[in-house]
Design a protein around this ligand. Sequence first.
Ligand code: NAD
Length: 435
Amino acid sequence: MKITIFGAGYVGLVTGTSFAELGNDVILVDIDEKRVSDLNQGTIPIYEPGLEEMLKRNIEEKRISFTLDASKAVKNSEIIFIAVGTPDKGDGSTDLKYVLSVAKTIGENINGYKVVVDKSTVPLGTAEKVRQTIKENMAEKHEFDLISNPEFLREGMAMRDFMVPDRIVIGFDSEKSKNLMSELYRGISRPESPIIYTSIPSAELIKYTSNAMLALRISFMNQLAPLCELHESADIKEIALGIGYDKRIGSKFLQAGIGFGGSCFPKDVASLAYELKINNLDNNLIQAILDVNEKAKVAMIPKIQNVLGENLKGKNIAIWGLAFKQRTDDMREAPSIKIIEELQKLGAKITAYDPQSVENAKKIFTNVIYAPDPYTCVKGADAVILVTEWGVFRNLDMLRVKNLMNKPNLFDGRNIYDPKKKREIGFNYYSIGRN
Ligand code: NAD
């Protein structure tokens, strides 16, 4: 099939590369000139395990190409994906300017029947706005259909998630477009990865509901974590284990820690809370997910002050991990941002290490020293805070770490270490929801 995808970001690149791998002809359109020229020279703008290898193979075999020429791309494809950003405007509402600008371009260049597939995460009712925008900008009248096909991939696992998804959601309102989508996903759908056909509005809302539910589980555990800390041997990880075996609950997304971040959970939960509010509906449960998360991000700060003093002037603090989670270079809404800002406000000097996100971090922080490895990072530090649960931090020589530090204060923001073992080798160890 001939496919065009607008937006060569995390979702567009993974979607495009995967469909190319399945034998389709894919054109990726972006408005970022540097991104398009880098991609044409084989430079991948993001870090996503497995993407580079698959993308390079498909570029060589000429199944995928990159362009700024939206007009040609629209004219040459029957299926057009919209996979551009849908950022938070600041008040929780979703900025649809990128999505509607693509819709305008599609309208201006439509030259025959097209299926326009919205893969960006968009609020209820956006498909109708896209449909209207395409219609209003049509130079000549052509038939087209809209599909809502939200994406559920996780950064860091995106290639596998796309090829072996838990489910594929397709919101449709015409049999013709439904059949085309089922044909397109033939190489991916299987009994373990079924296609769920829904109305378009349901598909739009499924994505937000899914992210809000996952984020709710994290905030739920984070709200209970301080209660565990009041009791010497209560442990939030044991609570998660104890409830997770209940099949009605399940064990995923129950980790207490310094909160969730990323380009999806914060903005998607905020968008859902906003939609409820502007429709005069209760949003207190959804809003609480965000409120708890903001507190979780800085929950370590008073603990650090307890150990190092109220004022952190002259204190060296090492940060392990900057990305919002492991296996990605994505810094969007990363908890590290808030933590570092707060520590700097209190006068601390920050040295950080992250395996992948330093280039992105440099665009955010001006006065952070970047270390080349976790050991250099802790040299002379009065405390180290583990912020991102990268695998590299699990198997470090912790005795060496301790000896490199000025003071052996270890703050584990992701509860990855065994408190007893760390104390045995001489660390003052602090974590979340356990003593
Ligand atoms: P991104 O910021 O990584 O990429 C968006 C790309 O779109 C950028 O390269 C930008 O230059 C390009 N763009 C903007 N306007 C354009 C236009 N008019 N024409 C062509 N290209 C244009 O975004 P992302 O993380 O890939 O997210 C895209 C959408 O998918 C969002 O709605 C997001 O919520 C959703 N989503 C993201 C993830 C994720 O893990 N990143 C997962 C599921 C869903």
